[in-house]
Design a protein around this ligand. Sequence first.
Ligand code: HEC
Ligand code: HEC
Length: 129
Amino acid sequence: MPSDAPASYEAECASCHMAYPPALLSQQSWKNVMSGLAKHFGTDASVDPKTQAEITSWLVKNAATRQKYSETAPENRISKTSWFIRKHDEIKPDVWKRAGIKSAANCGACHIDAAKGNFSENNIKIPAK
Ligand code: HEC
Ligand code: HEC
């Protein structure tokens, strides 16, 4: 997670889920997310225009640069990118539905240091239920 995150990112984008690291989505995907906040995955996550501009420019500046992370994400979801699906292909479908996980978007359920942007395989604990 880049250290120059604006306070607004934590305030506006980490209340319903973790603050996703910008490097896990492409520039275009972040623009798509940020231009559709009023209809955000079934909820309204809109912010005022100044905050929207501030968060968007920071996300775009820090978006994925490495080729493998820079595809335009289906449904604007990190969890629908081809690298995500590949990295998680050993997880069985019923595991995702466990009460302690609920959704692939709930990174911190398994990646215990996800909030710090750490997704290393040494920092994973899959909830047993
Ligand atoms: C009012 C609650 C709420 C707020 C505020 C919110 N989100 Fe979300 N967001 C959601 C929900 C609900 C989902 C879908 C989660 C799921 O599928 O489990 C989601 C999913 C996402 C995803 C896709 C995750 C994935 O890979 O499946 C991204 C990216 C995202 N949000 C970015 C943001 C950004 C950036 C902000 C701040 C501008 C933000 N969210 C603020 C509710 C919110
Ligand atoms: C059900 C538990 C679970 C959830 C939820 C989950 N992951 Fe993972 N993740 C894993 C496992 C298991 C691996 C594979 C580790 C390995 O390579 O052995 C992995 C691998 C990864 C890797 C590759 C790490 C490496 O060193 O190669 C990244 C990056 C990653 N996950 C990001 C995410 C993000 C971002 C989210 C949320 C949008 C997420 N994960 C949600 C369990 C999970």
